[in-house]
Design a protein around this ligand. Sequence first.
Ligand SMILES: [Zn+2]
Ligand SMILES: [Zn+2]
Length: 83
Amino acid sequence: MTQTNDKLTCIKCGFEPEYESAEFCMNCGYELDSNYCTNDHCMSRNNGERIPLPSYACFCDGCGSESTYYLDGFISPSNVDRN
Ligand SMILES: [Zn+2]
Ligand SMILES: [Zn+2]
């Protein structure tokens, strides 16, 4: 697993923002790094400040609810390589 700066790549159009401080895609306006838990009462992700899930997460690891990226159809569950 490599930790690249894919959190800064727009999940919607693939555009890479010029600045790390960018919060929205300059190309399509989608919010960057916005893969949130859709459960408003999720304690681990929505308690206080909303903490985005990893860009590949289809479900919240704290409550099992769908993520926003998954609901928007940008990602789908993949087969885990079990070796
Ligand atoms: Zn975009
Ligand atoms: Zn959650």
